[in-house]
Design a protein around this ligand. Structure first.
Ligand code: PMP
Length: 343
């Protein structure tokens, strides 16, 4: 597969911005090359534009190579940069499963790229042949597994069948993969030059506030993303905080296990309410439920000081609420409120 043929033609041959830190790395006693304020306050210097220490640590943790890893200001920046790299505004189209994460269509709109939404089946399962057919001719295809808001995973062999049959880039969003029963596709990345995988530290890692998104792909795609990204897209505070926090690997893993076990508690409890029509099985850190009157229940919970997400306006999601799994105490508060709900 020739990746260069998929890149926006007007970007070919483009010279990346060269920052002071790109042009000189290493030790010196006096740095007068970047028009920084010389007074040391811990953050007066520009950060490493390629986040080398942090990438080395993340690559070890994820059992991959730093050259296959791109870091963004959240996955949202990675998604936007993929549009900018591969799609000519007003010309190219992309495809995405639907219902799914809202930023695919927002990013498409901002970049003036037409988005074709391919509906899941009514029961939120995935029809691979239909996806292969309907995504033909698109530059990018967004798949989200486990999917937001349905919390379903797409079977691995269905994902790879799509990747093998798609002539553009498949963007597999694995934001919730740490909560899933099956591992993701990172271990198979090398086999598929047209696959990129997005992950994030915002969910299982508990670091939504520092904004750090991970994109895994071929060295070629990663070096293109490095060319077009804003020079210092991951700030110093984020890089340092993540580096320190990743030493708490056991804490991160035990929190994930706790969330998965709390998810089970909630799933079982939710099944019992007469106003709950369906609890969709979850591979993520949230549960989608279909209820008899989502607007009424949503407002009732708000009045009790509990905010969930009403997903009823999403395709195929009539009368659904999405509940993030909270702490054991928070989940008990939700269940106590639901116990007192009058239909
Ligand atoms: N992908 C999915 C599927 C999401 O649900 C979200 C956030 N809700 C994101 C990506 C955004 O991740 P980040 O915080 O890294 O921008």
């Amino acid at each position: 597969m020739n990746i260069e043929q998929l890149i926006r033609p007007d970007l070919i041959g483009m010279k990346a911005y060269s920052s002071a830190r790109d042009e000189f790395e290493g030790t010196a006693s006096v740095f007068l090359d970047a028009n920084e304020n010389p007074n040391d306050n811990g953050v007066n210097r520009y950060p490493d534009p390629l986040q080398k220490s942090l990438k080395a640590k993340l690559a070890t943790l994820k059992e991959t190579n730093p050259e296959n890893l791109f870091l963004g200001n959240g996955s949202d920046e990675c998604i936007d940069l993929l549009f900018r790299l591969f799609c000519s505004p007003g010309i190219d189209t992309v495809a995405a499963m639907s219902p799914s994460y809202g930023m695919y269509s927002v990013s498409a709109r901002i970049n003036n790229v037409e988005l074709k939404e391919i509906l899941l089946n009514e029961d939120f399962t995935f029809s691979t042949d239909r996806f292969i057919e309907e995504s033909k001719g698109s530059k990018l295809l967004f798949l989200c597994s486990p999917n937001n808001p349905t919390a379903f995973s797409i079977p691995r062999k269905e994902i790879t069948r799509i990747v093998e049959n798609f002539s553009g880039i498949v963007v597999l969003d694995e934001a919730y993969i740490d909560f899933a029963k099956e591992p993701g596709l990172l271990g198979e990345l090398e086999k598929y030059p047209n696959l990129v995988i997005c992950q994030t530290l915002s969910k299982a890692f508990g670091l939504a506030g520092i904004r750090l998104g991970l994109l895994f792909g071929s060295k070629e795609i990663i070096s293109w993303l490095n060319k077009i990204k804003p020079p210092y897209n991951v700030n110093q505070l984020t890089q340092q905080f993540a580096l320190d926090y990743l030493n708490n690997w056991e804490k991160i893993q035990s929190e994930t296990a706790e969330i998965i076990s709390e998810r089970k508690v909630l799933e079982i409890a939710l099944e019992k309410y007469s106003f709950v029509e369906e609890v969709f099985p979850s591979d993520a850190n949230f549960i989608l439920v279909r209820v008899n009157d989502a607007n009424k229940l949503y407002q009732y919970l708000i009045n009790r000081g509990i905010v969930v997400r009403n997903r009823s306006t999403q395709p195929l999601c009539q009368n659904t609420l999405r509940l993030t799994v909270g702490t054991a105490k928070e989940n008990q508060l939700v269940l106590e409120a639901l116990n007192q709900y009058q239909i």
